[in-house]
Design a protein around this ligand. Sequence first.
Ligand SMILES: [Cu+2]
Length: 175
Amino acid sequence: MQRPEKIHIKNFGTPNYSQLLGKVFVLLLVLLMTACASTTAATSKPTQTPPALSPTSGPVEQAAAPGSIEVKVSLVEFHIISSVTVFHANTHYYFVVSNRGHDIHEFMIMPDKPDGSPLSPDEQFKGMLIELEPILPGSTWTANFTFRTTGRYEIACQMGRHYQAGMRLPIAVNG
Ligand SMILES: [Cu+2]
């Protein structure tokens, strides 16, 4: 099965290069980064289990929905920090996800077991609620999201071996 299309980076910045040489260098750099990102993604994700629901067909720089609660998330090597870890179902959240590290990271919300420990990777990918990738170092992506069911989840990055290295933050969704 094919994985659903992912959000692509919309903006690499607009440096004012006056010389052709500079433009060629930037182009090569972008190509290299893109190649690295796709290689990492290809080796780290089971392709047989696409997410049940993914908002990645929408924009990655959404404006905050009216009345939403802002959640600041930082991705670094190799952990995840969130200003909110206890959420409420049917409440609108505005995720502001910043990559403050040096590697490419991603932002996923996956289900956990009722005791907060991780489900099998297969079950996690099946139950995935949101996935934003690839988030380049220094960039910030924003997305609105509303949990519809209560339970235990985690914010995670599955790039390379980042998850195993510690990029997993358990969160709870209460009623
Ligand atoms: Cu990561």
